[in-house]
Design a protein around this ligand. Structure first.
Ligand code: NAD
Length: 379
């Protein structure tokens, strides 16, 4: 047995979280045996489950567990219809997820969007628009830009009017976009390093024709790009990027984006894969030698419409576990084995409801647990 204990905090959260987490842990246990690993997986409540258990969306014990772990495997949090008297700042989306991102300085969000050939029918684009296939890695800056810049406020304005007229009163909302050179440099390095292991292309998204932030972004990304001469760097304005994703998605390999643009384009790219239930994500902090602390979670949320019914697609959570093995532990063989097992099961026709269509002759509609068991068996 490998003596190196890998400590994983498993925070399933709400809605479909516990259902899909169960399947991911089952798959991790198979990987552990197959690759002779020593995984210490500890489960803890978060989200409404945390509020119910300990009165906080991120209970102190859960945060302490995360701090003592090498990686966080996260489900999803938030149930929009639960207790409206709980204020925004105590609700799970802010008090748990944003808090964890801040606590661990998780500045790089990576979302691989891949449409397996067998699932071409779930893509909203016509087959001829899908080109050679969709395989994009969105790299989004997660801690700077428009969402965090100060000042951020809504204020009342009282404007004096000429003559005898009453002053005019109205409100003004202010958000501030701030990005610094070091913030751009570190996320650019993440994108270029990722491209080295893929198809060697980075498309950097900005709005350099209008925004000062865009000008700096373009300059710094260009400078960082010089350190990676084997990677082709292309710059694209965000409005064109949004259009190109729909017109010719196969031109993209790594898509490098500032926070707000990345938020929007990563959801647009996700739609190309047909279902949120297929898409994992990684939020990474600074690398510590060969290891990078990260939080790994499905791109989707708690899916209250299907929660508790054994209908959710567990693949996003299972592939999130694969991203964890790759990024936090450098266990690429184990991560690839999970990818191959998922591909095998998809090729064999296993479909949860979100990716099922009766028009597909070999499709077999399965539950969450059946999909998880099939992937574990394929491993
Ligand atoms: P959602 O992603 O939960 O659901 C959107 C649609 O996608 C639903 O029809 C749902 O059934 C489907 N879907 C999502 N994951 C699926 C899966 N694994 N298998 C099959 N279908 C799946 O988004 P929403 O309904 O806007 O949000 C619900 C709650 O989740 C909200 O409280 C929101 O704040 C929260 N949320 C949390 C996270 C997170 O924890 N990171 C992310 C997004 C949304």
């Amino acid at each position: 047995m490998n003596v190196n204990v890998l400590k994983i905090a498993a925070l399933a959260g709400d809605g479909i979280g516990p259902e899909v987490m169960r399947e991911a842990i089952q798959v991790l246990r198979v990987v552990e045996k197959k690759f002779n690993l020593n995984l210490q997986i500890t489960e803890a409540p978060v989200g409404w489950a945390g509020l119910d258990a300990a009165g906080e969306a991120l209970p102190k014990a859960t945060l302490a567990l995360c701090k003592a772990s090498d990686a966080i495997l996260f489900g999803s949090v938030g149930l929009p219809d639960r207790d409206p008297t709980v204020p925004k700042e105590k609700r799970p989306e802010r008090a748990a997820l944003l808090r964890l991102r801040k606590e661990f300085n998780l500045y790089a969000n990576l979302r691989p969007v891949k449409l397996p050939a067998a699932l071409a029918h779930v893509c909203p684009l016509r087959p001829e628009r899908q080109g050679k296939g969709i395989d994009i890695l969105v790299v989004r800056e997660l801690t700077a830009g428009l969402y965090f810049g100060k000042p951020k406020k809504t204020e009342e304005v009282i404007e004096a009017q000429a003559g005898p007229h009453q002053p005019r009163r109205f409100h003004r909302a202010v958000d501030t976009m701030v990005t610094t050179t070091p913030e751009i440099e570190r996320i650019a390095h993440v994108a270029f390093r990722a491209a080295q292991t893929r198809r060697h292309k980075v498309t950097s998204i900005d709005k350099a024709n209008v925004l000062e932030n865009g000008v700096l972004w373009r300059d710094v990304v260009t400078q960082v790009g010089k350190k990676y001469p084997e990677i082709a760097l292309q710059h694209m304005f965000v409005d064109n990027g949004a259009m190109q994703l729909l017109l010719r998605p196969d031109q993209f390999d790594v898509l490098l984006c500032e926070n707000t643009f990345g938020d929007i384009l990563s959801d647009e790219a996700a739609a190309l894969a047909g279902s949120l239930g297929m898409l994992p994500s990684a939020s990474l902090g600074e690398a510590q030698g060969m290891k990078t602390f990260g939080l790994f979670e499905p791109a989707g949320g708690t899916a209250p419409d299907i929660a508790g019914k054994n209908l959710a697609n567990p693949i996003a959570q299972i592939l999130s576990a694969a991203l964890m093995l790759h990024y936090s532990f450098g266990l690429d063989d184990a991560a690839n084995a999970i990818h191959q097992a998922v591909a095998k099961v998809i090729d064999a026709g296993y479909r949860t409801g979100d990716i099922y269509t009766a028009a597909e002759p070999k499709a077999r509609k399965v539950s969450t647990t059946e999909m998880g068991a099939a992937i574990a068996a394929a491993l």
